[in-house]
Design a binder for this molecule. Sequence first.
Ligand code: ADP
Ligand code: ADP
Length: 223
Amino acid sequence: MLLEIQQVSKQYKKDSWALQDINLQLKPGIVGLLGPNGAGKSTLMRILATISQPSNGTVSWNGEDIRKKPDELRRTLGYLPQDFGVYPHLNPVEFLEYVAALKGLDRSKIRPRILEILELLNLHDTLKRPIGSFSGGMRQRIGIAQALLNDPRLLIFDEPTVGLDPEERVRFRSLLTDLSGERVIILSTHIVSDIEATADQVAILSKGQLLTKSNPSQLLHNV
Ligand code: ADP
Ligand code: ADP
C-alpha cells in the first residue's frame, strides 16, 4: 500500500495558493499533519479523499492515479471531514446504515459490521438514541465510526480529536495505533501530543508548503 502525492498544488483564487508543490510518499503507518489554521491541511485531505481536485499534480494510490478510478478508491477509503455533520433525528444504527448505503456496502454484512464498530467505539449503549442528543465527544465518535465502516486501507482524519474529552482522546489514540499496521492513516491535529503519541511521521504545513517531514521525536527535540 502506497499513497504518493506528487507536486500537488491547489489554487482557489488567482494569485493565492492553498497548496504549493506538495510531495509526500506514505506507506502503512500514521502520518500526523501539523500546521496553523489556513495552512492547507483540510485542502490536502479533501484532495486525498477525492472530494476536491488539485489544480496541478497527481495523487496515486498503489500506483494508480486516484482521478482515474475514484469509485474504487472510495471503497477503500475512510474520511472524517472537519465539518462532519450528522442527521440529528437518526440513531447511530440508522445513520450508519445510511452511510453504508451511500458507500455501496454489501447489505447482508452491514448490520453486524455496524454493531461491531459501535462496540469498538464504545457506543453500543446508545443504539436507540437520536444522535442529536449526543455529547460532542459521542458525535465525534460517530464520525470516526462512519470512517471505519468499510474497513478502509486509507484513513483520512481531519481534526479527529476535536470535541473528545481527555479519556476519549486517549482511547482514540490507542484505537489509531491498533489500526495502523496495515493501513495508511493521515491525521491532522492542533494537538502536538496526539501526534507524539501515535504518529510514525510528522509533516508540517505552513502557508500551503510542506516544511518538514520527520519522525515525531526528532521534531519534538528540535522545537
Ligand atoms: P487548514 O485546514 O490548514 O486550516 P485550509 O485547507 O482549510 O487550511 O485552507 C487553506 C487556504 O485555502 C486558506 O487560505 C483558506 O482560506 C483557503 N480555502 C480553503 N477552502 C477554500 C474554498 N473552498 N474556497 C476558497 N478558499 C479556500
Ligand atoms: P475499556 O475502558 O475497558 O478499555 P471501553 O468499553 O471503555 O473499554 O472501550 C472499549 C474500546 O472502545 C476501547 O478499547 C477503545 O478501543 C474503544 N473506544 C472507546 N471510546 C473510544 C473513543 N472515544 N475513541 C476511540 N475508541 C474508543
